[in-house]
Design a protein around this ligand. Structure first.
Ligand SMILES: [Zn+2]
Length: 390
């Protein structure tokens, strides 16, 4: 490794907290951090504190009146009627004290990661506090207030003039980022997610391909409910390799929601820890093949914070830092430290057992359907290649 990777972290990520019963829980970042430190895979020299995003940076994407509303909401001085127009104070995205500062810190974490990588101080950077892909220009949505990835992409364009490939493997469609850059041919977005037929936010259809000059730079693979590792990975690998070769990005930004796991309480996919070993492997390969190593990774969804998120996110860092040969039992000290706080039994191993769940009856049908979706998603790239005789 010629250069190092950095891990953006602060206990202050915990301040992004709606309330005790809300599924979005940043304790998962601390659990991951502690797991990595316990196995000796994260060193003090690799840890960098996040900065706060400035209002000017947030305004690269967000409306000024929305930013002002978030500030007021966090101080408890925004009326309910006005709040609701901004998506604030809903069941999904309730108001909490100092929500502006907490949200600006998550954005600042992603911007810190960007500056490390694009200034050449680090080759790769991980900010697990970020990945809030549902945030819109003037509206909070789906647990997301400010959209750190959208802000980071605009920031990269303005400050560094780079073309960005955004890859979103969260079980929910990366709608906020897609719509922000829908007409921009210098940003390519790729989201693979559970079909929006029954799942929030409902978008992410294979036919959403961009508009105007941005037509052909937005890719979506909506997989069927109950999709398993093999079919998910086949779709991810085939699509991402072709998209990267088509777009040839300067930098890759990956959103690493880990809510496609079988245990996740909010979604209906049947992935196991296996995909969380494979997802970062291909992202890493593409970073080196096309981007001179430039890879920024952020977190995202993940609502089984005990059994899924710490292992999956730790595997992302282990791949990034070329320590992915770790397997077998999880450290006993880590389990002992956290089991007393967990409502479920913590896993004992890095990988899931083969019999994690009973066989899925419609497996063949689901696999075939997903394969057809991949063909549809990649059709513009392939027909263009054919036309050019490549
Ligand atoms: Zn999600």
């Amino acid at each position: 490794m010629s250069k190092n990777s950095v891990f953006i972290y602060s206990d202050a990520f915990q301040t992004y907290k709606f309330h005790d019963r809300h599924p979005f829980n940043q304790l998962r970042v601390k659990l991951t951090y502690d797991l990595l430190q316990t196995v000796g895979a994260l060193h003090d020299s690799q840890i960098v504190a996040p900065r706060l995003a400035t209002d000017e940076e947030l305004a690269l994407v967000h409306d000024i009146d929305y930013i002002e509303a978030v500030k007021k909401a966090g101080k408890g001085i925004l009326s309910e009627e006005i709040a609701i127009n901004y998506g604030l104070g809903t069941e999904d995205t309730p108001i909490f004290p100092n929500m502006h500062e907490a949200s600006a810190l998550l954005v600042g974490g992603t911007l810190t990661a960007v500056d490390y990588v694009l200034s050449g101080k680090a080759e790769h950077a991980l900010s697990l506090g970020g990945g809030l892909h549902h945030g819109f220009r003037g509206k909070a949505s789906g647990f997301c207030i400010y959209n750190d990835s959208s802000v980071a992409i605009k920031y990269m364009q303005e400050k560094y003039g780079v073309r960005v490939l955004y890859v979103d493997t969260d079980a929910h469609h990366g709608d906020g980022v897609q719509w922000t850059f829908y007409d921009d041919p210098n940003v390519c977005t790729f989201s693979i997610h559970e079909t929006g037929r029954y799942l929030f936010p409902g978008t992410g259809n294979v036919n959403e391909r961009g508009q105007g000059k941005g037509y052909g730079y937005s890719f979506n693979i909506p997989v069927d409910a109950f999709t398993e590792d093999e079919s998910w990975l086949a779709a991810y690998k085939e699509a991402l390799m072709e998209i990267a070769d088509f777009f040839r990005p300067d930098v890759i930004l990956t959103q690493n929601g880990v809510d496609a796991h079988y245990y996740d309480p909010l979604t209906h996919l049947c992935a196991t820890m296996r995909i969380y070993r494979e997802i970062p492997k291909l992202a890493h390969q593409i970073a080196h093949q096309y981007c001179n190593g430039r890879w920024i990774a952020v977190g995202g969804g993940g609502y089984d914070i005990w059994r899924v998120v710490p292992r999956a996110w730790a595997l992302l860092w282990l791949e990034m830092t070329e320590q992915s040969d770790i397997s077998g039992p999880l450290p006993k000290e880590w389990i002992a430290r956290w089991q007393q706080h967990a409502p479920v039994s913590l896993p004992l191993e890095w990988d899931d057992p083969d019999d994690l769940y009973p066989p899925i009856p419609r497996k063949a049908e689901i696999t075939e359907k997903n394969a057809q979706t991949v063909i549809k998603a990649l059709q513009p790239i392939r027909s263009n290649k054919q036309r050019l005789n490549l």
